[in-house]
Design a protein. Structure first.
Length: 222
């Protein structure tokens, strides 16, 4: 994208002699950390019974994760809900019981353990797994690299346009506007994991980090 104004032949670049371009930088990086949401859903006609059972199961899951080397401060409650369940018969609402949902978010620093953590959690009472997500700890550093690529990309575009128009580009931009970063982490869709199933495998793949800029350059005639 560019804006080109007719030249005024005084040898100087008027303020409206501008080339405006966009630039994009993109990096594909290997993830070095992950997170997963592990849910324990308990149902009972008695609320206190449901709460007590859920609490015991959550404690069991947490202990099983700690035994795998997960730090306790990397396990935190993501969501906790108490809901009333009902059946419907000919338009009438029939109370079925209470449902307690306690979802733990677990941060994982060793990617080789992701599958084992999910399997161990399921074997110890987890009946809902969601948002298995791979990311990078030092995203800001990678974004800075992508930003350099974006500025260089914008400069190259401006040079190409100036050469095409047979004008001289002033290489230092008069204005650069940062468009912000985009990080596309890899994740798996929510789902239920069945006890006794084969070992779960997760492939981390790559993460795409993008940076975008808008730049304006002055130009003058040869």
């Amino acid at each position: 994208m560019y804006h080109y104004q007719p030249l005024i032949r005084n040898g100087l670049p008027p303020k409206d002699h501008l080339i405006k371009v966009s630039g994009e930088g993109e990096l594909a990086i290997q993830p070095d950390s992950a997170s997963v949401n592990l849910g324990i859903i308990t149902e009972s006609k008695q609320l206190i019974t449901a709460q007590q059972q859920n609490s015991l199961e959550v404690t069991k899951v947490i202990n099983s994760l700690i035994s795998l080397g997960i730090k306790k401060n990397n396990i935190q409650t993501f969501d906790y809900r108490i809901e009333s369940d009902y059946d419907y018969d000919q338009g009438k609402q029939i109370f079925r019981g209470y449902k307690i949902t306690h979802i733990l978010q677990v941060k994982i620093e060793d990617l080789s353990l992701v599958g084992k953590i999910v399997d161990t959690a399921v074997q110890n009472g987890v009946n809902y797994v969601s948002n298995v997500q791979f990311t990078a700890k030092n995203k800001e550093s990678f974004y800075q690299q992508a930003l350099v690529l974006a500025v260089n990309n914008a400069t190259d575009k401006a040079k190409t346009i100036a050469d095409t128009l047979n004008v001289t580009l002033i290489p230092t931009p008069r204005l650069i506007i940062e468009g912000g970063s985009t990080v596309q982490p890899l994740f798996n869709q929510p789902g239920a994991f069945v006890k006794g199933a084969a070992s779960t495998q997760f492939e981390p793949g790559q993460i795409i980090v993008k940076a975008n800029v808008i730049a304006e350059f002055h130009f003058k005639p040869y």
